[in-house]
Ligand binder design. Sequence first.
Ligand SMILES: Cc1cc2nc3c(=O)[nH]c(=O)nc-3n(C[C@H](O)[C@H](O)[C@H](O)COP(=O)(O)OP(=O)(O)OC[C@H]3O[C@@H](n4cnc5c(N)ncnc54)[C@H](O)[C@@H]3O)c2cc1C
Length: 454
Amino acid sequence: MGAVAVVGGGIAGLTAAYRLKQRGTRVVVYEAGDRVGGSIRTERRDGYIAELGPNALASPSPALRALIAELGLEPSLLPASPAAKNRYVLRKGKLLPLPLSPQALLTTRLLSNGAKLAVFGEPLVEAGESPVEESIATFVRRRFNQEVLDYVANPFVGGIYAGDPEQLSVRLALPKLYALERTHGSVIKAFGSMMRARKRDAEAGAAAVAGGLMSFRSGLSELPEALGRALHAEIRLRAPVTQLRAGPRGWTVGAAFQQSELYDGVVWAAPAHRVDELDLDFPGADRLRTLASISHPPVAVLGLGFRREDVTHPLDGFGFLVPEVERRHVLGVIFASTLFPGRAPEGHVTLTAFVGGVRNPDLANADLPTITARVLDDLRALLGARGEPTFRTFSYWPKAIPQYDLTYGRYREIMDDVERRNPGLALAGSYREGISIAEVVASAEAAARVGAGG
Ligand SMILES: Cc1cc2nc3c(=O)[nH]c(=O)nc-3n(C[C@H](O)[C@H](O)[C@H](O)COP(=O)(O)OP(=O)(O)OC[C@H]3O[C@@H](n4cnc5c(N)ncnc54)[C@H](O)[C@@H]3O)c2cc1C
């Protein structure tokens, strides 16, 4: 294909544009803001490297690993520190490590004996075939019990989606979990074989630390920055697209402060919630506009540095997650300087707190002094933090993460239908096939191949 416009310079748009350019397509990336990377944003200041969006690549897919290698980023790739293996969950005001082995499960205080029985008994629960879309909460109650939902599933869904397990579809939001019941007949049996495989890999020397989490020496922004360098001449910043029209000669793309231009194809890689702000004219445009009603709760991220001696907790883990029933302010906190080395100056630590989500949108939308006070309350009570932070950074995401809820299947059908009816249009991004960076990259590779790349 001759020329393709890519709308959005987040990781989806950059990846799609990079692949299109590699195949000899003329490509222009229109980015509304004044920087590329979208949700991926690293701040480097005063000896700290702080993530204001995602913190880690979780088990990067082969496609993402290939992209990293092609961009020459492999020497900078940083596996999570083995010290980050523990994941704490709050119960009755205490941070307790999530049990990661049957022995640990037997002795943990995170779950009552009744919940432990539900976990050990889960392989005996018959696989269910739900006639309607099943929520994560219903799935977990069906296979385990309410307490496992409250103290395991709820905090994890808060940590990944800033979402509510009662609202999210298990099939669409956690497809791997959903598939385990189908492939192994049991989540616990499947986890058992995965743990054994991981142990074998670890013994064979493969990188299996802290669940395969990765970043780069100077933070996750290294990835969009490298793509930005490779696409330098093709990127237009401060160029929000306002018009997409299909006509007999191709696609007319209009953007603020730019002359309209004609393209053979378009990749929409801006967030779903922006789609109704544009003047759209192509088959199915009205249906596509409904994607703007996908729920995206707000999240605020507060990164704080402390002197090591001012935090009493050993910080020997990835961080902690908070079950909703525990009624604290934060959704969770990442022990960022434990997770990856080099994130804080000698003798200091960094903690990254997340607030808001579906659970508490008002707090994410509050002013910075209020958010800081609430986060500090939790850090003092739960980690024994004291004194003034030595570093502060903050980011507010008013529409942070698309919620793959019980109605999401309908949006998927609309996306597939609109792509079918418009061979020159492809949709990529966190709203397409999954919210993790690896899934977003996969959607962009597909968009570059199928939709616009031909
Ligand atoms: C707080 C937070 C924590 C996260 N943690 C993790 C994590 O640890 N691991 C993980 O794998 N994932 C994580 N995620 C998810 C992951 O970061 C995102 O799913 C992914 O970065 C989204 O990329 P994207 O390109 O689809 O969208 P975005 O990053 O949102 O990029 C879209 C771009 O489009 C631009 N744009 C919008 N409208 C227009 C327009 N009209 N014209 C032109 N440009 C436009 C925007 O300015 C933006 O730059 C997290 C997300 C958030 C918000």
